[in-house]
Write a protein that binds this ligand. Structure first.
Ligand code: 5GP
Ligand code: ZN
Length: 113
């Protein structure tokens, strides 16, 4: 998508601190981390968010979560991490390219605010 911040991060037009990349997914450090590990995992192909997703997006949504799990394993935070999809403005979604937040490296409270 032409004017999408995260599409520009995937293409390299906007720099990011890249953690991982494969054929389908891209992961980078959140610019404003809320935990010692705060990584964003996104599909390379533009997808606005979970509520816009259809059955044909099921595989890529799963792949994003598996990439998050792989990064959590590498970072040795498997004693407790969280994957979060903010959906819609009232949840705090501010970037409308689907992204999985991977948060960990500290105690995580429940329920989140
Ligand atoms: P949301 O609020 O949409 O669920 O999450 C968007 C996330 O993107 C936020 O945690 C925010 O800090 C992060 N973010 C926004 N702009 C940039 C940017 O230019 N680079 C990086 N690395 N992260 C960003
Ligand atoms: Zn995009």
């Amino acid at each position: 998508m032409n004017d999408c911040l995260f599409c520009k991060i995937v293409s390299g037009e906007i720099p990011s601190n890249k953690i991982y990349e494969d054929e389908h997914t891209f992961a980078f450090e959140d610019i404003d981390p809320k935990a010692p590990t705060h990584v964003l995992v996104i599909p390379k192909k533009h997808l606005s968010g979970l509520k816009e997703a259809t059955a044909s997006d099921a595989e890529i949504i799963g792949r994003c979560h598996l990439t998050a799990a792989q990064i959590a394993r590498q970072r040795k935070i498997e004693d407790g991490y969280r994957t979060v999809l903010n959906v819609g403005p009232k949840s705090g979604q501010s970037v409308f390219h689907l992204h999985v937040h991977l948060l960990g490296g500290r105690d995580l409270r429940w329920p989140p605010g």
